[in-house]
Design a protein around this ligand. Structure first.
Ligand SMILES: [Zn+2]
Length: 124
């Protein structure tokens, strides 16, 4: 889970708790245990939830830390190529966020594994 979706998820939990409490549900507090929160607490939970969701929505990573060239596959530190306008200094290929590439690669490997499992099973 990314930082962005992490914050939104956290905020969502607070808001669900606040709504739950609005309808008379009990909430677990660290020191008091299970309690029915008062209006102030419910409002607080809502505010915290919205706050986290806002952080999640407006959070932008400063820049990708690693870039990778689509053409020659060389990996660069962002600082080394930040003034190259996304062009590989070596082969003039397009530079891509390395993490994005890695994630896609992982997805692909997962599919590959599933496929291998499947062919193994169908052979037996
Ligand atoms: Zn290149």
């Amino acid at each position: 889970m990314g930082v962005k979706s992490g914050f939104i998820f956290l905020g969502f939990i607070f808001i669900v708790e606040a709504i739950w409490a609005l309808f008379g549900g009990k909430i677990y507090f660290k020191y008091q245990g299970w309690q029915i929160p008062d209006e102030k607490t419910i409002f607080g939970l809502l505010a915290i939830g919205l706050f986290f969701i806002c952080i999640g929505i407006f959070y932008k990573p400063k820049y990708p830390e690693l870039l990778h060239c689509k053409k020659c596959k060389k990996v660069y530190n962002y600082v080394d190529v930040k003034d190259k306008n996304g062009i590989c200094p070596k082969c003039k290929g397009e530079l891509q966020d390395y993490k994005e590439f890695e994630n896609k690669n992982r997805e692909f490997q997962k599919l590959d594994k599933i496929e291998k499992e499947f062919t193994k099973k169908s052979k037996n």
